[in-house]
Design a protein around this ligand. Structure first.
Ligand code: SAM
Length: 272
């Protein structure tokens, strides 16, 4: 992965834990509600990761439906395959978002959460998602804008340095602000926008920022002038703030829905 964040087995394990916190379970519920899948529909998850969304979608589309999931990481596909082993409608395989191994118009819906921000050729990836949608099909995309991170620290300068170094784990840490235009340029009509905030007013193991803190500390050492010692001091400060009851973290994710118009398009489907 060219961003420098390896989606290997260790990352797959820590993502699984983070994505089962109530913060991310809640986010998935919002995505599923917006996607509004029906029994029998065919859906593709681009960057399926540990397969939690694919598993939920399989329960909705049922035996007559289809849930395909692709991911560039073999470790992620192995994790998702274990998770979805009992869902026969799930077909998971290694592939890149910019070269989807599916026919034109193969899906009623495509979804991608927290993936396109990692992709260098984002417009090509969005064009691919549009290609595999049938006319009238819908694409839902969720990504984070890292400028929305509010993380209390007793050293604001150090916090800014660490978050700046963390930006290197993505190709576009601010993707949501250009996503609407990019979706339209891919030939889709944006009909849905939602902000999905995460807020952690206390630090505990079962919150999103507990997990992401460890990932950030492991990533930033040696980047943009941040060394391992500074990263470790940054973690210690957050833990101390947590123990004193002074912890605060918040960030926004943005969910966009877009329709592929065409011969049999139903533009009103899923509109908010
Ligand atoms: C932060 S995880 C999100 C996983 C999943 N979508 C979720 O929300 O639970 C990002 C995922 O995108 C995958 N990914 C990154 N770049 C990709 C690309 N170019 N093509 C396909 N998958 C990619 C990674 O391997 C990883 O599984």
């Amino acid at each position: 992965m060219s961003t420098g964040l390896d989606f290997d087995e260790a990352t797959a394990r820590s993502l699984e834990i983070m994505y089962r916190t109530p913060d991310v379970v809640g986010q998935r519920s919002r995505v599923l509600a917006a996607l509004a899948l029906c029994p029998g529909e065919r859906v593709l998850d681009v960057g399926v990761g540990p397969g939690l969304l694919a598993q939920d979608m399989a329960l909705t589309v049922g035996q007559q439906g289809r849930v395909a999931g692709i991911d560039a990481s073999e470790a992620m596909i192995a994790t998702a395959t274990r998770r979805c082993a009992e869902q026969e409608v799930c077909e998971l395989r290694v592939a890149d978002a910019t070269k989807l191994p599916f026919d034109d118009g193969a899906f009623d819906a495509v979804v991608s959460t927290q993936v396109y921000e990692y992709v260098a050729q984002i417009d090509l990836a969005l064009a691919e998602a549009a290609r595999v949608l049938r006319p009238g099909g819908r694409l839902f995309v969720l990504d984070t804008d890292w400028d929305t991170a509010i993380w209390h620290s007793s050293d604001r300068t150090r916090m800014q340095r660490v978050l700046s170094a963390w930006e290197e784990h993505l190709h576009d840490p601010w993707l949501p602000r250009t996503l609407g235009r990019r979706l339209e340029e891919a030939g889709l009509v944006v009909h849905y926008r939602e902000v999905i905030p995460i807020m952690n007013p206390a630090l505990h193991r079962n919150c999103y920022s507990f997990g992401i803190m460890a990932a950030i500390a492991a990533f930033v050492g040696g980047r943009r002038g941040v060394d391992a010692e500074e990263a470790s001091a940054w973690v210690s400060d957050l833990r101390e703030l947590g123990e004193r009851g002074e912890y605060f973290f918040s960030i926004n994710r943005y969910l966009f829905g877009a329709i592929k118009l065409g011969a049999s398009a139903d533009a009103s489907r899923g509109s908010a």
